[in-house]
Write a protein that binds this ligand. Sequence first.
Ligand SMILES: CC(C)(COP(=O)(O)OP(=O)(O)OC[C@H]1O[C@@H](n2cnc3c(N)ncnc32)[C@H](O)[C@@H]1OP(=O)(O)O)[C@@H](O)C(=O)NCCC(=O)NCCS
Length: 158
Amino acid sequence: MIDSGLLDGDGRPVTLRAVDDDNWRAVADVAPRDDQRTWVAALAARYLLLSDRSEVWTSLAVYAGPDVVGHVMWGVDDDGSRWLGGMVIDASQQGRGVGRAAVRTLTDWLRRQDGGHPVRLSYHPDNQAAARLYTSLGFRPTGAHEDDELVVELADPR
Ligand SMILES: CC(C)(COP(=O)(O)OP(=O)(O)OC[C@H]1O[C@@H](n2cnc3c(N)ncnc32)[C@H](O)[C@@H]1OP(=O)(O)O)[C@@H](O)C(=O)NCCC(=O)NCCS
């Protein structure tokens, strides 16, 4: 379990846990709002399959208290940079501070890993919720693009 001691707006502890035999169905069922499907997969099941098929990505379940409420995954690029991807909070749980706590928990953990590697992610510039969230957490554009997404990197110190 990855736990930075952060709470959501309702006081629920937000933690990240391995996907296992008990929680994988709940993680697979995590779904964004319909209008957010422009930017992310319709179900977190897609990201679970990607993690399963790739040597790069590792999926994690996002918990609020005892409940699975989201999915996020992390990976290591050839240059050692740490990447965050597949960030989805279930539509029913958005706007309660879970996404912010989950991203902070994962980035804190990635930054504690040896080597001082940069932490990066990408998002579509029209995705305003993502843009506001990541900018407020200290991510800044690197100037690079991945397909039609902006690549951003966590500024140091945050
Ligand atoms: C982006 C996402 C992960 C945020 O998760 P969340 O739990 O709803 O976010 P939080 O409640 O922690 O809010 C964190 C910040 O996100 C931004 N945000 C969240 N919802 C927003 C909205 N509807 N409009 C604008 N900004 C929004 C705000 O900056 C907010 O901070 P504030 O409350 O201090 O203003 C969630 O909206 C989501 O799953 N979206 C669909 C998938 C997606 O776009 N993932 C990112 C792909 S890179």
